[in-house]
Design a protein around this ligand. Structure first.
Ligand SMILES: [Zn+2]
Length: 281
């Protein structure tokens, strides 16, 4: 069983979602989403006859607030919850102060509106992931974030986190999300190779939904990631970058990317990446 739970982030449908799995080990959520959509998450669970107390596991692809912001509050509500996360990610969940500081720099006044309070996860609830997690394959997937992992179930659905971009239906436009501070293009290409090598049947995107033609999506994503990176490498400033990449984005996708300030953040992340590359040369 795989259920998509629309978190209705900022009241918008089909913007952010979490995935519910009914595993041998109990009900499991992949990326529970931000704290600000916790009550919506509870409503989605209630529609399926479930409560937070019925959940047994959280699988976290990466610890950015739009993916794991609700983890601490969920554990507070259900202390039996096991939180599966990479080793590097775990340190931020247990002690989120540094992560919060850097995110507040990026989001400014919008931080509280978008993400709400930051609740740490007790160390005792953390399970550092290995190659198999609750019957799913788990592998390192750096690029978007250095601590990012992906999970793939036996049915061939790959829980991709933000490694393959965002795509808000009904649009099929694929946008890279390349926020600071960790963007690493070389690692990202290797991650995309790892995903392609597994020939997934579907990609489960937190932003948003199941992609049933993974090959085409991966191909478009990889090319667009390279294109965006090249625009920044050529020396575009933030405005020029946003103008150039916005040109062929449809209206709805542009609206959603503005809500999360995705284009400006993506510029900053790529800029930081190229500065690091230049500094290490
Ligand atoms: Zn995200």
């Amino acid at each position: 069983m795989l259920e998509l739970l629309d978190l209705r982030f900022l009241g918008e449908e089909q913007l952010f979602c979490a995935y519910l799995l009914d595993l041998d080990d109990g009900f499991t959520l992949v990326d529970p989403g931000p704290l600000t959509t916790l009550s919506t998450l509870e409503s989605r669970l209630a529609e399926l006859g479930l409560k937070v107390a019925d959940l047994r596991h959280l699988l976290i692809t990466h610890i950015h607030f739009d993916h794991a912001g609700a983890a601490g509050a969920l554990v507070a509500a259900n202390p039996r919850l096991r939180v599966h996360v990479s080793e590097r990610g775990a340190t931020h969940l247990v002690d989120p102060e540094r992560l919060e500081r850097s995110a507040r720099r990026l989001y400014g006044d919008m931080f509280d509106v978008l993400w709400g309070e930051v609740v740490p996860v007790p160390a005792g609830n953390i399970e550092v992931v290995t190659e198999r997690v609750l019957g799913l394959e788990c592998f390192a997937a750096p690029g978007h974030a250095n601590h990012h992992v992906c999970f793939m179930n036996e049915e061939g659905t790959l829980f991709a986190g933000d490694t393959v971009g965002v795509c808000w239906p009904p649009s099929r436009y694929v946008l890279p999300a390349t926020p600071p501070p960790d963007v690493d293009l070389e690692a990202w290409h290797a991650t995309l190779d790892e995903i392609e090598r597994r020939v997934p049947d579907a990609l489960a995107l937190p932003h948003f939904g199941l992609v049933e033609e993974p090959e085409e999506h991966l191909d478009v994503f990889r090319r667009r990631l390279m294109l965006w990176a090249e625009i920044v490498r050529r020396g575009a400033n933030a405005r020029e970058f946003v103008d150039e990449v916005s040109r062929d984005i449809d209206h709805e996708t542009a609206k959603f990317s503005e809500l999360t300030d995705l284009l400006r953040h993506s510029y900053l992340g790529l800029k930081r990446y190229w500065t690091k590359v230049a500094d290490s040369a």
